[in-house]
Design a protein around this ligand. Structure first.
Ligand SMILES: Nc1ncnc2c1ncn2[C@@H]1O[C@H](COP(=O)(O)OP(=O)(O)OP(=O)(O)O)[C@@H](O)[C@H]1O
Ligand SMILES: [Mg+2]
Length: 335
C-alpha cells in the first residue's frame, strides 16, 4: 500500500485533509408495514487518509459504500463507529466549521433551482454560505466563466442540458471557495465531450491547490485524474495505491500478441521455456500464425521473442496488451 506522509512545516502534528479510521456505518431499514427491521453494514472498518492538495479516488462496485463515505465526510450522515476527520475536525462535532470549508458535487440533476437563472442560483447559494456580497459579485461571473456557462448565465436552469446543469453544480460547490471538494460520480450520464469538460475542470481545481476526493465508475477517468486510488468493496478498502502500482498487481495479465510468417511448433515450444513466460497459445495451421504469450514482462520480452524466430521466419505484427486499471479493479473486487 502506498502511504503519503504529511509533514507540517512547523513540526506540529500531521494534518491530513481527510482522515478516516475504522469507520463503520450501519443502515437499519424497516419494511413497508413497519415490521421486522433489516440491518446492512454499508461500511465495516474503513481507513484512509487524503493529503492536502491531493486528488484522491474512491472506486468500487454499486453499493460498495462510496456515497456513504462521502456523506459521512460531508457531515450529511453520522457514522455508526470509528473516526472521520476533515482538516483534523471531527465530523460528529465540528459540522459547521467543516461545511464552511468543503464543497460537494453529487452526480445527477437535483439540488439546483430550475425556475431561476444560473446567476440567481449562485447568488442564492453564496448567501446561504455567508459569502460577503461584494466577494460574491466578483466571484460569480468568474465561476460562470470557469465552468463555461457565462454566455447562458441569465437563462432559467430548466432550459439547461444535463451537462450544463452538472457544470453549474460544480460552480455551486465553489461559491464559498472551499479547500476540499467532494465529487461523487461527477461525469455520470454525460456525453464524452461533457465528461471531458468536467475532467478538465477537476484538473484545473487540482492545479489551483484544491484537495479533491472523487468517485467514479469509469476506470480511465480514475486513472487519468487520481494520484492515489482506494478500491472499496462491500464496505472495506481492498487496495489503496497509485494507479500504476494498482496495475502492477495484475502484471501477470500482460499479453504479447504476435502475427508471424514461418513460425514453427519448435519456435512456440522455445517461447514456453523463456523466463517469466506463462501460457502460450498458437494457431499454426495457416500461412500466417497468431501467437499469444502471457508474461509479466510485457514489452521487455519482445526482443527475445524476435531473436528466437527460426531462420527465414518474419514478424508481421505485434501488439502488447499491458494490464489496465480495469483488470486490477476487477480482480480486486471479484476476489
Ligand atoms: N438510506 C439508506 N438506507 C438503507 N441502506 C442504504 C441507504 N443508503 C445506502 N444503503 C446501503 O448501503 C450500502 C452502500 O451504499 P452506497 O450508496 O454508499 O454505495 P456506493 O458505493 O455509493 O454505490 P453506487 O456505486 O451504486 O453509487 C448499500 O448496500 C446500500 O444499499
Ligand atoms: Mg454512490
Amino acid at each position: 500500500m502506498q502511504t503519503l506522509e504529511v509533514k507540517p512545516a512547523d513540526g506540529g502534528p500531521a494534518k491530513w485533509a481527510v482522515s478516516v479510521t475504522g469507520l463503520t456505518r450501519e443502515y437499519v431499514t424497516r419494511n413497508f408495514f413497519g415490521g421486522a427491521s433489516k440491518k446492512t453494514w454499508a461500511l465495516s472498518g474503513v481507513d484512509f487518509q487524503v493529503a492536502p492538495g491531493e486528488l484522491f479516488g474512491l472506486i468500487g462496485p454499486n453499493g460498495a459504500g462510496k456515497t456513504t463515505t462521502i456523506k459521512i465526510l460531508t457531515t450529511l450522515l453520522t457514522p455508526t463507529g470509528g473516526e472521520a476527520k476533515v482538516f483534523g475536525l471531527d465530523v460528529k462535532k465540528d459540522l459547521y466549521e467543516i461545511r464552511r470549508r468543503i464543497g460537494i458535487v453529487f452526480g445527477g440533476e437535483r439540488g439546483l433551482y430550475n425556475r431561476v437563472s444560473a446567476v440567481d442560483n449562485l447568488r442564492y447559494f453564496s448567501d446561504l454560505y455567508g459569502v460577503d456580497p461584494s466577494v460574491a459579485r466578483k466571484r460569480i461571473p468568474e465561476l460562470l466563466e470557469v465552468v463555461g456557462l457565462a454566455d447562458r448565465a441569465g437563462e432559467k436552469v430548466e432550459k439547461y442540458s444535463r451537462g450544463m446543469k452538472q457544470r453549474l453544480h460544480i460552480a455551486k460547490a465553489l461559491v464559498h471557495d472551499p479547500e476540499l471538494i467532494f465529487l461523487d460520480e461527477p461525469t455520470i450520464g454525460l456525453d464524452p465531450a461533457g465528461a471531458r469538460d468536467i475532467r478538465n475542470m477537476v484538473t484545473e481545481l487540482k492545479r489551483q491547490g484544491k484537495t479533491i476526493l472523487l468517485t467514479t465508475h469509469y476506470m480511465f477517468e480514475a486513472e487519468e485524474l487520481c494520484q492515489r486510488i482506494a478500491v472499496i468493496s462491500k464496505g472495506k478498502i481492498v487496495a489503496l495505491d497509485t494507479p500504476s502500482e494498482l496495475k502492477n498487481l495484475v502484471r501477470d495479465v500482460s499479453v504479447i500478441e504476435l502475427r508471424t510468417y514461418g513460425a514453427t511448433n519448435e519456435y512456440v515450444e522455445a517461447l514456453k521455456t523463456l523466463p517469466e513466460v506463462g501460457r502460450v497459445t498458437a494457431d499454426l495451421d495457416s500461412e500466417v500464425q497468431d501467437i499469444r504469450i502471457q508474461t509479466p514482462l510485457g514489452a521487455d520480452l519482445l526482443s527475445k521473442v524476435v531473436a528466437a524466430l527460426p531462420p527465414g521466419a518474419k514478424m508481421i505484427d505485434r501488439t502488447i496488451k499491458e494490464p489496465t486499471l480495469e483488470d486490477a479493479y476487477l480482480r480486486l473486487v471479484e476476489e
